[in-house]
Design a protein around this ligand. Sequence first.
Ligand code: NPG
Length: 369
Amino acid sequence: MRIERIELRKIHLPYVAMFETSGWRETGSHAIIVRMEAEGIVAWGEAPTGESPFYNEENQKTAWVIMQDYLAPMLMAADLASPWDVTPAFSRVRGNRMAKAGLEFTVWDLFARRAGRSLADLLGGVRDRVEVGVSVGIQKDIPTLLKVVGGYLDEGYARIKLKIKPGWDVEPTRAVRETWPDLRLQVDANSIYRLEDAAHLAELDAFDLLLIEQPLAHDDIFDHAKLKPLLKSPLCLDESIVSPDHARWAIEMNACDIINIKPSRIGGLGDAKRIHDMAQAAGMPVWHGGMLETGIGRAVNVALASLPNFTLPGDISANDRYFERDIVKNPFTLNSDSTLTVPTGVGHGAVVDEDYLDDVTIERWEVGA
Ligand code: NPG
């Protein structure tokens, strides 16, 4: 397959509520939306970049430049036998994985549409519904947190993740656990602690957590391997696992019990599936993270989360948890069993609302016929 046309759009789409982590705040999506044409087929993808490079090294501006100057020309020059050819075609560009992923997802959508298959089916998905939860940002105080969590539980979400940081960790987690003794609960530190904080982190062991996510540095595996025997709670890596090699190192070093897979962090669906398969062979569960995607990236995530080793609920909430109005015409709604239904139509299944996408587009660029 030869890609005939690539169009990129920078968007700004406000979130229903500000989202705060240990290191930054997100007030709206600053994603890059990708549209591609080949052989009369139109496909869509998303690089869920943020405004600032505070989660990883990329943001909307860096991805915009790298996609235009390097990745789009490489893709236009490639003759693709399958979507698996995209990652090797980009291999000379180091890092910049969100930028790569936005384009790679779109090529998977193109191939799925050409084959008349759903993306989930093309990836090897085995579920028609995926279990999901909500990631709850840092709140101003504990009463507000309990109100916010209670609201999501009333909506039907059966798993809650709390963002934590020094000064907002043991007490909020205790308050949520005491209020809902049976809740499936986990916490995420986004790389804010040091190995010296091990004894403090071990206080979280009292709360029967599904997992503690990424306590130490974003680029660390070594210290996580030292931390793991000091905790009873399962230890999960997110930021540290950016490639299949990083996953292999973490598994071989016994640095985690669980891996959070976000295909955008990893550079695409191909390498995300490789990590899924490697973890499965090692007997290690994975779950699907989220990067506050629009409905386009969300549909890609749901398809990937239908693979067999995604055995814990994902950070893939229904669209209305993020946006009053999304850029898709068919938002996901939450099923009564805290799941989202995996689309069965062709491609990832998101139907783009092109009028509203025009409204939220702040810059456009295109290459090709
Ligand atoms: O529901 O998409 C969601 C948010 C899940 O907490 C979540 N994402 O660190 O995992 C994270 C965090 C994140 C948000 C990461 C934005 C990167 C960007």
